[in-house]
Design a protein around this ligand. Structure first.
Ligand SMILES: [Zn+2]
Length: 547
């Protein structure tokens, strides 16, 4: 089946292109590219090295795409991202497009002008204050200047908020309010609220925010998943799905609102005790028992986190300028071992966030214990999410354990400045040692970690090959080749989700998840990759994006 037809029924879709890069590991290296590909019933049915080689599959219902200059690749996976958050954020005030606080506040003012007084105004969450000219968050006072007639919630990522005065009032937060344990209510020198709330201090706000309806949630997911597809992504692995949101995803899937395939990791961040972990796993078991999984929406497993991120990743050496601070471990290793062991004992896969080198070391200690306790654990059951600062000995341990690692250059791209402030330049440049991971034989796959980094197929390939970031090029010795970067989002990503037999490369019988590019991403100028968008994204034979 190297170039022939395996199915003679007429094609639903037939693409003739300059090149079809199949990425099929079963094909001989150096084989000339294919030039035509046919799709029927959601699957690839045939490939041909001749543009006209599949023309006898054209029937009355066949959509024929003649694209003699274009290149076909598999659709990309984003192996670590947050679609649920994107769905909440997609209709927010798009402050991620602004460059300074004046623009930022103008957008809020504009939204206020067309929003009934008293209704909440919220921002998108995918931005970093260090990338604004002022390198800081807006204050309550500034937000009040944009509107005093609406509660305003400025949100960055999952755990940082700034509120205007009406919003603080609605949340019941005053100068006298004490922060809950694990939360920060920021105050100025004179003890007055700045409006900023961090971590658990955001909970009172979440309680008073109007809850979106199911229809609104589905529309949010429809728009957000279409945005992913528009960058060439066909599958997302959402690494923080609240367990109750599995039903929202299922409703969206049932309505055909998911442009991309979704692999869900249920958030285990609130589960601390064995009872809480068991209760979460019970809910996951119930979901599995309902038989709602299919190739569009699949419950992948559970997600825990061993340490913090830019400001609290656990390091062996102290933080820059803070000789007594090494970041934070979020679990006692014994407790995490018990939690992971419970999950894998019930047949679930587990992904664990590790950012600093101490975080990764402790996580590998835990994973080694789990593997020892459970001989015969299926490969790919345990996954390191990020493994940001991975020292040589730690890489060797992860590889010896056969534990896959997901990396995210876009996270480094947007976070490099913030990370340099807390870790210094050297440790920031050492993040994501991709060249070493690949040379040493790791099972690596790639994603974005949106909303911390921007998602997108080629912006990630550009970043992994150039190591360019908001702080300039960092750690260029860790860069990888373009073909390697593309493989991390396709062939390797399908291996991570256990779907190599179905997805990840283009061959007859595989799911028809493919992208059509106006330039050849394997040979175009590298700078063109950064903004390169596909002309078309196809998932399961259905065109989910067309430019
Ligand atoms: Zn994440």
């Amino acid at each position: 089946m190297s170039d022939g037809k395996t199915d003679h029924s007429p094609a639903d879709l037939l693409i003739r292109a300059a090149a079809v890069h199949t990425l099929d590991p079963g094909r001989a290296p150096g084989e000339p590219p294919q030039r035509a590909i046919a799709v029927t019933g959601g699957r690839i049915t045939a490939l041909s090295p001749e543009p006209a080689g599949l023309d006898d599959l054209i029937g009355p219902g066949t959509e024929v795409v003649d694209a003699p200059d274009a290149t076909v690749l598999p659709a990309f996976d984003d192996t670590h991202t947050h679609l649920i958050m994107a769905g909440h954020s997609v209709h927010g005030v798009p402050v991620h497009r602004t460059h300074d606080l004046a623009e930022f506040l103008d957008l809020i003012r504009e939204r206020a002008a067309r929003t009934p007084a008293g209704e909440w105004i919220r921002t998108t969450v995918n931005w970093q204050e260090v990338l604004l000219a002022e390198q800081r968050l807006p204050t309550t006072e500034e937000l009040d200047g944009a509107t005093a007639d609406h509660p305003v919630l400025v949100r960055r990522g999952a755990y940082n908020m700034v509120l205007n005065s009406p919003a603080l009032r609605l949340a019941g937060i005053t100068d006298a309010t004490e922060a809950p344990p694990g939360g920060v209510i920021e105050r100025d020198d004179r003890g007055r609220l700045t409006g900023r709330l961090i971590n658990r201090a955001i909970e009172p706000v979440e309680r008073v925010l109007p809850r979106p309806t199911l229809a609104e949630r589905i529309e949010g997911l429809r728009a957000a998943s279409a945005d992913y597809a528009a960058t060439g992504i066909g599958t997302v692995r959402d690494c923080l799905v609240p367990v109750e949101d599995l039903d929202v995803l299922h409703a969206a899937r049932a309505e055909g609102a998911l442009a991309v395939r979704v692999r869900a990791l249920v958030s285990g961040f609130a589960a601390r005790t064995p009872e809480q972990v068991d209760a979460l796993l019970d809910q996951m078991d119930d979901w599995r028992a309902q038989g709602r999984d299919d190739d569009r929406l699949r419950l992948w497993g559970v997600k825990f986190g061993i340490d913090g991120g830019f400001e609290a990743g656990a390091l062996e050496e102290p933080y820059q300028g803070r000789p007594c601070y090494h970041g934070r471990l979020l679990w006692e290793p014994g407790d995490l071992l018990a939690a992971v062991d419970r999950a894998v004992g019930r047949g679930w896969r587990v992904g664990v966030h590790a950012w600093g080198d101490r975080g990764l070391r402790v996580l590998l200690d835990v994973f080694e214990q789990v593997v020892k306790r459970r001989p015969g654990l299926p490969p790919g059951t345990l996954v390191v999410e990020h493994g940001g600062l991975a020292r040589a000995d730690q890489r060797a341990r992860a590889i010896a354990l056969g534990v896959p690692v997901t990396v995210q250059h876009p996270l480094l791209h947007d976070g490099a400045l913030a990370q340099q402030r807390t870790w210094g330049e050297e440790r920031t440049a050492a993040l994501f040692p991709l060249r070493e991971w690949l040379d040493e034989g790791a099972q690596l796959s790639a994603g974005s970690d949106f909303p911390v980094g921007p998602y997108g197929a080629m912006v990630s390939v550009w970043g992994m090959t150039t190591r360019d970031t908001t702080a300039g090029v960092v750690g260029p010795e860790h860069a990888i080749e373009r073909a390697e970067a593309i493989a991390l989002h396709t062939v390797n990503a399908a291996r991570l989700t256990g779907e190599s037999a179905e997805r990840g490369c283009l061959r007859p019988g595989a799911l028809a998840d493919l992208t059509l590019w106006p330039l050849d991403p394997l040979s175009c100028p590298v700078d063109a990759l950064r903004e390169l968008r596909p002309a078309r994204t196809v998932v399961g034979g259905r065109t989910v994006h067309r430019s």
